[in-house]
Design a protein around this ligand. Structure first.
Ligand code: C2E
Ligand code: CA
Ligand code: CA
Length: 414
């Protein structure tokens, strides 16, 4: 393992990559050197090398290193790229990934989805020979990812820490605006859970949702967030802001036949009518207990709640689920939204999901709207609602009314 600091002038570079740390995992010496050369010519600040998956993992696990991007071949001896991706995710690092394998697009998409499920962002695949230009395009994608939450410092949270946070109700709902793409008006907000950690500050849901689900405690979080979301929405209505609030519901909760009554009671206790609440449920093949889930969904819909199918397009049984459950809204996953106009395959997914929503009479919500061009494109394809950093990042409840008062939609394209 040899990290090199790259000295030299930074003139003539489009983007300054001096702060970037890249790990090259490649078993062929020659290929690895080619990659290192290409990265040097882009003036990447820190380049580290690994001859195989084990070396790469050892590097990623070192507490004193931070790796922004890992470049690896899917086909390596001892540990192939797929296993490496899974094990990288287990180290808890947030490294993005570039594959250097000649793969067809469907296979790249499969590996991309797999990586994403493991919490790793696949920037793309490039065929050898790797040139600085090819690398630069993918690195630019990494740099365009806004960092919402602090990089996790130190090891992942322990179960005990998460259990203590539940006991002490140290969770807070942040709210991200949803805006009508045609009128530009604010129409809703999604509640997103954050945990307050004594040392680490604000911690994002990727660190605790899975653990809470495993411990059968996800409902406790749902009640905390639902209570905060309902009282925030009641407050907005009192202040003249006629909008809905969306709350994420774990699929696991749908097994409990008393769920609908409990949800209704919490919302009404806050003085809010159920029609102001949308429940977002992620589609998943894991919906084994279909009977209970449908019973709950039907009851919730009867009570007036909106029902949204979340992360649409990433799951397995999209169409079957849509056909049998009383959804009112379809949220197109952000992996199909960001930069879709520049990416034909992404755009096929975006446009067909949007069309499907339209034909089924569902509201289509695009999440992950990051740029003006994403916004313009969504207006062109007649999507209903947008949510994403281009409009605003999730914010504490206390900031929401102030933000809403200053919100102005972008002026239409000339
Ligand atoms: P989600 O429901 O798909 O929520 C949207 C996620 O996308 C949020 O991440 C949000 O911060 C992020 N996001 C919003 N706009 C953009 C954008 O323009 N670009 C990018 N790259 N990301 C954007 P967050 O808050 O980290 O939440 C992650 C997931 O955790 C959520 O995904 C949801 O599935 C789950 N989650 C959050 N809160 C709760 C909760 O109270 N209960 C349950 N069961 N799950 C929750
Ligand atoms: Ca959601
Ligand atoms: Ca989503």
């Amino acid at each position: 393992m040899t990290p090199h600091g790259i000295p030299g002038s930074r003139e003539n570079t489009l983007t300054d990559l001096g702060g970037l740390s890249v790990l090259v995992a490649e078993d062929h010496d020659f290929q690895r050197q080619m990659l290192v050369q290409a990265l040097r010519s882009l003036r990447v600040g820190l380049i580290s090398e690994a001859r195989d998956g084990m070396e790469a993992l050892d590097h990623l696990k070192r507490p004193d290193t931070r790796t922004d991007i890992t470049i690896c071949d899917l086909d390596m001896p001892n540990m192939d790229g797929m296993e490496l991706i899974r094990r990288i995710s287990e180290t808890g690092t947030r490294s993005s990934l570039i594959l250097t394998s000649a793969l067809d697009r469907t296979l790249i998409a499969t590996v991309g989805t797999m990586a994403r499920d493991y919490g790793i962002r696949l920037l793309g695949a490039i065929e050898k020979p790797v040139t600085p230009q090819k690398l630069q395009t993918l690195i630019a994608q990494h740099l365009s990812i806004p960092q919402v939450l602090e990089e996790p410092r130190g090891p992942r949270l322990s179960s005990d820490e998460i259990l203590a946070a539940i006991e002490e109700e140290r969770f807070e709902a942040f709210f991200q605006p949803k805006v009508d793409l045609h009128t530009g008006l604010l129409v809703g907000a999604e509640a997103l859970a954050r945990m307050r950690h004594p040392q680490r500050g604000i911690v994002g849901p990727s660190e605790f949702i899975g653990l809470l689900e495993e411990h059968g405690l996800i409902d406790r979080l749902t009640w905390i967030i639902l209570r905060q979301a309902s009282s925030a929405c009641a407050d907005w209505l009192r202040n003249g802001l006629e909008i809905t609030v969306s709350v994420n519901l774990s699929l696991k909760s749908l097994h409990d036949p008393t769920l609908a009554d409990q949800v209704t009671q919490i919302v009404r206790t806050s003085g809010l009518d159920t029609v102001h609440v949308v429940l977002e449920i992620t589609e998943s093949a894991a919906m084994a207990d279909v009977g209970h889930a449908l019973e709950n969904l039907a009851r919730l819909r009867m009570k007036g709640f909106g029902l949204s199918i979340d992360d649409f397009g990433t799951g397995y049984a999209s169409l079957q689920q849509l056909a049998r459950a009383p959804f009112t809204e379809l949220k197109i996953d952000r992996s199909f939204v960001a930069n879709a106009s520049q990416n034909p395959r992404r755009n096929v997914m975006l446009e067909s999901s949007n069309e499907l929503a339209r034909r089924l009479g569902l509201k289509s919500v695009a999440e992950g709207v990051e740029t003006r061009s994403d916004w313009d494109h969504l207006r062109e394809i007649d999507c209903s609602v947008a949510q994403g950093y281009f409009i605003a990042k999730p914010m504490p409840a206390a900031d929401f009314l102030g933000w809403a008062r200053t919100w102005r939609p972008p002026s239409p394209k000339p």
